[in-house]
Every structure is written in C-alpha cells, then in structure tokens.
Design a protein around this ligand. Structure first.
Ligand code: GLN
Length: 265
C-alpha cells in the first residue's frame, strides 16, 4: 500500500463543472489497487513544498475566481516548478487552472492575470465562448494512441509556444483556440486541458496514467503497470461522450457562441 499524496490547489475557488469528481475518481481507482489517496488542500495560506506531493491538481473557474487566486498562485511559481519540472511530480490542470499554469491570462474584461509560467503557453479571452463536447486523439505513450472525451466551456484562446507539445489533436470541438486543431498541453508528467465535465470518470485510462506517474514520483522508479479494472460503466460513459462530440462535428462546422450580458467568465 502506497500513500499517494495529492496537493489540491484552491478547491474553494477553482471547482466548477464538478472538477472535484476528478479527485473522487483518482481516490477510488487508487483504492481498488490497494493504494490510498491522501488529499491536502493547498489554498491561499498554504505553501507549496517541493517533494511533499506526488500529484498536483487544479480545477476550473470563472474569471472572477481566477482573479482571486492568480496573484497568490504566481507567487508560488518557483516551488511549483521545482516540484513538477525539477522533482517529477505529476500535475493535472483543468480549464481556468490550465490557463493560470501558463504565462498569463487576459480575462474577458481585459484584466491581466499573472501565470505560473510552468506550461509554455499564453491565453487571451475572446468575445465568443467555445462550448460543447470534445473528442481528442492523443499519444501520451508513443505507439499507444488513445482518445479523450470531455466537455469544454471557455472564452480563453490558448496559444502554445512553438515546439510545445499539445495534449491531443482535436477530432471534434474547439480545443485550445478553435483554430490550431490542438487541445491542451503536455510537459513531461504535467497535463493542462480545457476538458472537464469532469474529465477522469469518462477517461479512466488517463486517471491511471496520472496515478502511475504519481507512484513513480513516490518511489523514484518507473511508472508501475496498474492492474486492469473492468471499467464497463466507464467505457460506456466514454462512448456516449465521444458520440455526442462526433455528432457535433469538426471545427469547421461550428461557430463560437456569444452570450450577451454574460461577460464575467
Ligand atoms: N474563465 C475561463 C474562460 O472562460 C475559464 C473557464 C473555465 O474554467 N471553465 O476561459
């Protein structure tokens, strides 16, 4: 039995779209393999201590909530980078959290929020929101292509730096900016993505990939092969979500939506 130590960043602020469901999936899938997920809340008052956590998680939020935590998070950039890029801790950042892991986010009202600068990207909000089911093709492990299904709802347009690795190629949906054909960003054991809904219940292989990376950080060795689980319900959830995204069509068939009077998020 291994205690997998998770640092959950700002759960009181960045928690829309049932992002906490991702933590529930990680906890249950760890327990089914005889491991324990020990989740610590890392809020405004808590320091980030490199080596203290095997996996960091940060969820999504509206611009208003992002504004409340952005400066605090940016002030912890060095220990977070040391923990993840230097120390090899795993990281999952969703939507608003994903944006703040880059160099910065300019919100819909033009408010400039500082970022951590851990992921090689920048985000600027556009007038129209990009909303709906998404399907990606990804290859986190070379030679093992997988699909990721989820839901997106963001005004931010994220541009990856040249040479940065996206999380996946968009099969249906908008992705990072509705133009590039890419979604998310992957840097070693760190993943940023716009996909929520939440993300992990319908993509259990991705939950296992994160757990294996966290266990590798804990042991200092290679990511272990986790025992397979039946995942019948999870596969059905993935199929339903993927089918909804496919029926939505490719990027060319859709336009971002404007919501008059809703300028906050
Ligand atoms: N407020 C950000 C945006 O609209 C992030 C939204 C989210 O986390 N769902 O782009």
């Amino acid at each position: 039995m291994t205690a997998i130590r998770v640092g959950h960043l700002y759960p009181g602020y960045l928690n829309i779209y049932a992002d906490r469901g991702n933590i529930a999936v990680l906890a249950r899938r760890a327990a089914w393999r005889g491991h324990e997920l020990v989740v610590t809340e890392l809020g405004l008052a808590e320091a980030i201590v490199p080596g203290a956590h095997d996996l960091y998680y940060v969820g999504g939020g509206q611009d208003r909530e992002q504004l409340l935590v952005a400066g605090n998070l940016a002030g912890k950039a060095e220990p977070l980078k040391e923990a993840v890029l230097g120390g090899g801790a795993a990281l999952l950042a969703v939507c608003g959290g994903y944006q703040l892991l880059g160099r910065g986010y300019r919100g819909i009202q033009g408010e400039d929020m500082p970022g951590v600068g851990l992921l090689p990207l920048e985000t600027v909000a556009g007038e129209r929101r990009m909303i709906g089911d998404v399907l990606l093709e990804t290859e986190l492990e070379p030679g093992a292509p997988r699909t990721i299904a989820g839901f997106e709802n963001h005004a931010g347009r994220t541009r990856l730096d040249p040479g940065a690795e996206p999380l996946g190629r968009v099969l249906a949906g908008f992705g990072n900016d509705g133009e590039s054909g890419y979604e998310g960003c992957r840097l070693g054991r760190a993943i940023g993505t716009y996909l929520h809904g939440p993300l992990l219940p319908r993509n259990p292989w991705l939950a296992d990939w994160l757990l294996a990376q966290a266990l590798a950080h804990r042991s200092g060795g290679e990511p272990p092969d986790l025992a397979a689980l039946p995942d019948e319900l999870e596969s059905r959830a993935h199929q339903v979500s993927a089918a909804r995204a496919r029926s939505r069509g490719g990027r060319s068939g859709q336009k971002p939506r404007v919501f008059p009077g809703r300028s906050r998020t």
